[in-house]
Ligand binder design. Structure first.
Ligand SMILES: [Fe+2]
Ligand SMILES: [Fe+2]
Length: 289
């Protein structure tokens, strides 16, 4: 996900409401009810949702690597293969279907194929961490980022079907976070990494693949939709990030991502206030940089 596409909690719709969602299926989404008039004149939103659909659809590329990394832990490997991977791929399918209904002029399968060809080869995924515990901490950051994105999207979007879909995906990402965090704590009891090491891992993954993924997806959407031959992808991407950054400032959650970020550090209560101030600064930088 592009950095600025990560936006969070909601002012109009509190996170508690967003979180209380049961598992869902593609058939639960009422695509026939999409009000295209509310999205068709918002190219930033359509581009962002399409980019998210590309990256989520391509997530099984990484999922297989992660499942085999945990193949000696049947509980984690089972959850990854049967729940997590399935849900991430469903996010991609649900967003794809939304784009195909809301933006029928966009040739999703063709553009996705060109994206995936490059993504699989050159948009390198972050290396796995050298220990299972640290990789689980890094996964917490990734889920924090996606939860922030879909919470922000839910807060920003007026179109009811996309608003509903964003809430469903948000709830999944928060649940994924909770699973990874629980597994992290289990491994941390054995591996006992210091807070400095865990913090460095969190920061590294937080700033790692975000721009690569986002820019890779943007380039392919841009090539398929640009209207002027004289335009430049770098310049247009920067302008896109600026627009998304403006939305993030208004719609991103404030506290939940900070808590999600700090939790793997397992700080004692007296250290929390100071740590939160630092984490808020890092989070704002990540969101808007
Ligand atoms: Fe997802
Ligand atoms: Fe997730």
């Amino acid at each position: 996900m592009p950095k600025s596409s990560v936006v969070g909690p909601t002012t109009a719709h509190p996170p508690t409401r967003l979180r209380s969602r049961a598992p869902w299926r593609l058939s639960d989404i009422d695509y026939a009810a999409i009000d295209r008039s509310q999205v068709i004149n918002d190219p930033t939103l359509l581009t962002l949702v399409t980019m998210a659909s590309f990256v989520e659809t391509g997530s099984d590329l990484y999922a297989h690597v992660l499942v085999s990394y945990f193949d000696e832990d049947p509980e984690i490997a089972g959850w990854l293969a049967q729940s997590w991977e399935h849900e991430e791929v469903q996010h991609g399918a649900a967003l794809r279907k939304y784009v195909e209904h809301a933006w029928p002029d966009f040739d999703w399968p063709t553009v996705y194929d060109t994206f995936f060809e490059e993504y699989a080869k050159t948009c390198t995924l972050p290396d796995l961490e050298p220990s299972h515990g640290l990789e689980l901490a890094a996964r917490c950051v990734v889920e924090m980022g996606t939860a922030t994105l879909y919470s922000s999207l839910h807060d920003y979007v007026q179109e009811p079907v996309l608003k509903d879909l964003a809430a469903r995906i948000y709830a999944d990402e928060v649940r994924h976070y909770k699973h990874f965090y629980r597994y992290f704590r289990r491994y941390q009891q054995r591996e006992r990494h210091g807070r400095w090491r865990v913090g460095r891992t969190l920061a590294k993954r937080m700033f790692a693949s975000r721009d690569d993924d986002g820019y890779c997806a943007y380039r392919h959407v841009w090539r398929a939709t640009r209207t002027s031959k004289g335009s430049s992808v770098e310049r247009d991407y920067q302008a896109f990030l600026d627009r998304v950054g403006t939305l993030a400032r208004r719609h991103a959650p404030r506290e939940l991502p900070v808590d999600m970020l700090l939790r793997p550090l397992q700080l004692p209560a007296p250290a929390l206030t100071g740590a939160k101030a630092v984490a808020r600064t890092i989070y704002r930088f990540w969101l808007h940089a």
